[in-house]
Design a protein around this ligand. Structure first.
Ligand SMILES: NC(=O)c1ccc[n+]([C@@H]2O[C@H](COP(=O)([O-])OP(=O)(O)OC[C@H]3O[C@@H](n4cnc5c(N)ncnc54)[C@H](O)[C@@H]3O)[C@@H](O)[C@H]2O)c1
Length: 306
């Protein structure tokens, strides 16, 4: 098992990465949360709950938690205050207490929504991220940005609330649709460009193995991306300055998503286009050499169609 520490004083936590780790999620949560935590509320969507809900539930049971499962709708259109409010009602009706824990099982939509529910219920209870998409494993589950969409814009309602633990089971990527996997790979290229030339070169070199989801290569990628994100967040938790580096490719990417009503592109695909645009602008401004711009283009092209 790979372990990555995110050092944020009293909000510090670990990211645990391994194949098959869903079955250990309960004991890992018990170790991170202590004995007082009695109940675990697993928040997931229909798709992921059907695939992995029972395994996570069993693991938390085994670790002595009283487990409840809340299943919400699948997709970005469910990342709303309405979904969050229905989750709040679920928690209130079951008298969930501050020492209890929310478990976010799913992609970034579930992680953001369940994290927001954890941030706001009883002025904040602890939560564990169990991300099941590549994008969520390398990006959204780490760093504490939680939130939901508003009819007037994406991610406008939210809170910074760090998880107590992130459990990444790389095997869950085996059931991910190939297009979702590729969307995550575009975000992985982002980390290479902003922070790590060696990672960038390795992604370019091993792209076919990554697209096949080869366990060892994917595990290396996930761990490296998490380390980079953790480093950035440790230095600038609330996006005062450095954390904006993570937005490389996102200015044009977000504009594309908005202009197409969030229907045409997956987030990672929009970021793929955004990185191409940002690289061109940087080249024209004399901030990026032509050879590097072409290497970025080529890596994006090899991930697949945008
Ligand atoms: N908080 C942050 O820092 C941060 C960073 C980046 C993105 N985000 C947010 O993340 C969201 C996008 O996340 P996403 O790309 O994970 O999308 P998603 O959560 O919608 O998941 C994509 C699809 O894959 C399905 N799925 C998930 N895991 C699966 C699995 N293992 N097998 C089969 N199907 C599976 C989901 O049900 C869904 O249909 C956006 O809302 C974005 O704003 C947040």
């Amino acid at each position: 098992m790979k372990s990555i520490a995110v050092r944020l004083k009293e909000r510090s936590y670990h990211i645990r990465i391994d194949a098959g780790l869903l079955d250990e999620s309960g004991p890992l949560a018990r170790a991170a949360l202590g004995e007082r935590s009695r109940r675990a509320i697993i928040i997931s969507n229909d798709t992921v709950s059907r695939l992995y809900g029972a395994r996570v539930e069993r693991s938390f049971h085994r670790a002595g938690f009283d487990v409840h499962r809340l299943t919400v709708g699948d997709g970005e259109r469910h990342k709303t205050l309405r979904t969050a409010a229905s989750a709040h009602t679920f928690l209130i009706e079951r008298r969930v207490e501050r020492s209890d824990v929310i478990v976010a099982l799913g992609g970034g939509v579930i992680g953001d929504t369940a994290g927001f529910v954890a941030a706001t219920y009883l002025r904040g209870i602890r939560f564990v991220q169990v991300p099941t998409t590549l994008l969520a494993q390398i990006d959204s589950s780490v760093g504490g940005k939680t939130g939901v969409n508003h009819p007037l814009g994406k991610n406008l309602i939210g809170a910074f609330h760090q998880p107590s633990l992130v459990v990444i089971d790389t095997e869950t990527l085996g059931s991910l649709p190939p297009r979702e996997l590729r969307a995550g790979l575009f975000e992985a290229i982002k980390y290479g460009v902003i922070r790590d030339r060696l990672l960038f070169d390795r992604i370019a070199r091993e792209i076919e193995r990554l697209k096949r989801g080869e366990p060892a290569e994917v595990a290396h990628l996930v761990a490296r991306c998490c380390r980079i994100k953790a480093d950035v967040v440790e230095r600038d938790e609330r996006e005062g300055d450095l954390r904006r580096i993570l937005n490389f490719g996102h200015t044009v990417g977000h504009a594309l998503e908005a202009a197409t009503g969030y229907r045409r592109f997956l987030h990672g695909e929009a970021v793929g286009h955004g990185m191409r645009a940002a690289s061109l602008i940087a080249e024209r401004m004399g901030l990026l050499q032509t050879g590097d711009r072409m290497a970025i283009e080529e890596a994006i092209r090899r991930v697949g169609p945008l």
